[in-house]
Design a protein around this ligand. Sequence first.
Ligand code: NAP
Ligand code: MG
Length: 401
Amino acid sequence: MSRITMKTPLVEMDGDEMTRILWAMIKEELIEPYIDLKTEYYDLGLKNRNDTDDQVTVDSAEATKKYGVAVKCATITPNAARVKEYDLKEMWKSPNGTIRAILDGTVFRAPILVKGIVPYVKNWVKPITIARHAYGDVYKNVEIKVPGAGKAELVFTAADGSEIRETIHEFKGSGIIQGIHNTDASITSFAHACFKYALDTKQDLWFSTKDTISKKYDHNFKDIFQDLYDNEYKEAFEKAGIEYFYTLIDDAVARVIRSEGGFIWACKNYDGDVMSDMVATAYGDLSMMTSVLVSPNGAYEYEAAHGTVQRHYYKHLKGEETSTNSIATIFAWTGALRKRGELDGIDELVKYADKMERACIKTVEDGKMTKSLSLISTCENPVILNSMDFIKAIRETYDNI
Ligand code: NAP
Ligand code: MG
């Protein structure tokens, strides 16, 4: 059988621990037999990040800007324990944070649905994709613990020295105050990424804030989205038969619960933090969530939503058998390969991605799965496979559908 030829390389970002082991298995068993794989390889494993003073992370993000599509393995975000374990020169920043800052991207997370893993919300028959604004608000706050009586003011000093001043509160006793901000540039990038991704995936876009209460702050988010929609995206949305829909956050949660899914829900930073964990849990678990970073300039970086599955890796190192679910990592590859196929006009690559995803789903629906999936599946007599045998079972399904 002849393998599919690629035109432009994918940016390949290798990672750490158990997901690094899965990465190699997936390439060997599920990709290279079918595709003459072209990648520009960046080793984001912690050792190499340390050896290169984290330059490799920056280089991989720059390459993503250049080529437009990347696939990323989960990576360790160092903490004090990791600094010791890997004898690090310093506590390097989260690679995802570094890449997101360079690409100025928004992260979209969606569950992978399979029969037998039933969402807690029974009417959710299609995936709900959460888009979280990843800048500002309470994540860049300034706080003061007010010791006693006094006046709290909000002051903006312009570059020319002029002032805008508002009283926050006249304190009669102790209390607390918090200052938060966002920028029009960041909100605009977020809005572009959301509109582009909705068009890309042909799904409705919902956006919610609390603009009735926050008449300037949240209202600014609403206005930026609405202006962009009216001036740049309305026509394309109508052509694609999809809708942009704004509503209040409390109305949105009620509608989301009653919905059947199948849309993108754009959320402010804090709302997205809270809602993405709720939605992921309600659909199953993190090992069945995909994640893609979309930049406002149209670059895409695909990854799994889970981490490096450290506990399984230590078992693997001891020579013990592991049963780690590789589906989200496989979907990161298929997502990236599909996008590459679309951009380069290689139909076989798109078909390969569709078929490989169907093979993953069918394998689980046929009762062959990893340990963690068997715990949340309603399948009566699941066959529990180890990490490698699960990947081999997916290959067998692929070859037979
Ligand atoms: P994790 O790697 O997602 O794993 C947490 C637990 O979830 C695992 O111990 C495992 O449970 C279960 N799990 C997650 N993915 C699974 C899979 N594919 N198959 C089976 N079980 C799975 O999170 P963590 O342990 O908090 O973090 C480990 C490392 O990952 C950290 O160094 C963190 O910095 C990094 N991390 C990276 C990313 C990223 O690169 N995007 C994201 C999050 C975390 P059991 O052990 O009970 O089987
Ligand atoms: Mg969180």
